[in-house]
Design a protein around this ligand. Structure first.
Ligand code: SIN
Ligand code: CO
Length: 374
């Protein structure tokens, strides 16, 4: 077996994607042997209290569920059972969490979403449910009992603040210890209950709904549509039905509307900008006292550069996308920029090939906090 990943229990990414991805669950004991939490419980609670971090608190009371959205200034006492707190996008705020998420880069960045961390008190969980996305559930601290099911009945309890399956019928059950990982395909029913306090890390994916993409695409195209001229009817004759839409008007407008065409480039630019757009909660920190362009080039050539954790950089053909912006580049610049996007860093030898234009863009990105000096 070539190119196997310990993270996938010794499977190669090719085998994993062929046999499990979107198809069936995979339990990997000691995917990360000896794994210990990247953030302490308190560090996680501190994140949940921040305005710029998405968090949720979920409490169960018999058949009733309650959900509060963060920021979570105050949490239930640790000794209280059956509550859980979820922090989304931890990779945006912590280098080690970012590095863990990026271990899953055998899947394209365009599909990778974030690292969510949950803390649960004894008995805590989010209830039996299914997700619309694939997920890797890595046990980080304590133990969690997962019950899972391939059931087709995905009907939900009405009136709950979160998705709770009406008729969950567990088919398999595993207790995960720190370092163990469970992969679940989309729409696979599951219920994870903390056995004592525990922390679970979820590597999540994104799969935009076509409706959402279509609406955003039309908005994107609205900025670039060009239909000059205005309707005119020099041949107009008197009407006996003044309220009726005139047939020539309808025909002429249809002809103009049909002139609107989408090219492959339109779709590429739209998708790259859309998928590299930071989430609404993401704020970049512009650098405090930025170096001048000349000093920046000197420092970069000595130390190298790296993308900020929050930066999303993608490319396709001659198009490069960064944090929702796009531009087209020539072949030489493309080589440097695609290397930066793939590696998320450039060392000094790679920077020797960067043109003045590229260095100028790097300086701007550095000032905005999109890119950092090593
Ligand atoms: C959790 O970590 O409690 C929830 C993860 C999930 O079920 O998707
Ligand atoms: Co889930």
């Amino acid at each position: 077996m070539k190119n196997t990943l310990a993270l996938l229990g010794g499977l190669s990414p090719t085998t994993f994607l062929r046999d499990y991805w979107h198809k069936k669950p995979l339990l990997i004991r000691q995917a990360i042997p000896g794994f210990t939490p990247l953030l302490s419980r308190q560090e996680l609670f501190d994140l949940a209290a921040r305005e710029d971090v998405e968090s949720r608190l979920i409490r169960q009371n018999g058949d009733d569920w309650r959900m509060d959205h963060g920021p979570l200034a105050k949490l239930p006492p640790l000794r209280e059972k059956e509550w859980t707190m979820l922090v989304q996008g931890v990779n945006l705020h912590d280098d080690a969490a970012d590095a863990l998420l990026r271990q899953f880069r055998f899947i394209p960045d365009a599909r990778l979403d974030d690292l969510m961390i949950s803390y649960a008190s004894d008995g805590g969980g989010v209830g039996p449910h299914f997700d619309s996305y694939d997920v890797f559930l890595l046990q980080a601290h304590g133990r969690r009992r997962w019950r899972i099911s391939a059931q087709q009945d995905l009907s939900l309890v009405d009136g709950m603040p979160l998705k709770i399956l009406k008729n969950f019928q567990s088919e398999q059950e595993f207790v995960l210890e720190p370092g163990d990982m469970l992969y679940l395909p989309p729409h696979y029913a599951h219920d994870g209950i903390a056995v004592g306090e525990c922390m679970t890390y979820s590597v999540g994916f994104r799969a935009p709904a076509f409706q959402e993409l279509g609406e955003a695409f039309l908005q994107f195209m609205a900025d670039s549509i060009d239909l000059p001229g205005r309707y005119a009817d020099p041949e107009l004759t008197p009407t006996r039905h003044p309220a009726e839409l005139p047939a020539p008007l309808l025909a002429r407008v249809t002809e103009e509307i049909n002139k609107m065409r989408f090219t492959d480039d339109d779709v590429t630019i739209f998708l790259g900008e859309y998928l590299s757009e930071p989430k609404a909660s993401v704020y970049f920190d512009p650098v405090d006292k930025p170096l001048t362009p000349a000093r920046f080039v000197q420092a970069a050539n000595k130390r190298g550069i790296k993308l900020s954790r929050k930066t999303q950089m993608l490319y396709r053909g001659k198009h490069v996308f960064i944090n929702g912006e796009s531009f087209a580049v020539g072949r030489a610049d493309k080589t440097v920029l695609s290397m930066l996007a793939d590696e998320r860093r450039l060392d000094k030898s790679a920077l020797q090939h960067a043109s003045e234009d590229v260095m100028e863009a790097f300086h701007n990105w550095y000032q905005d906090g999109w890119l950092e000096l090593f």
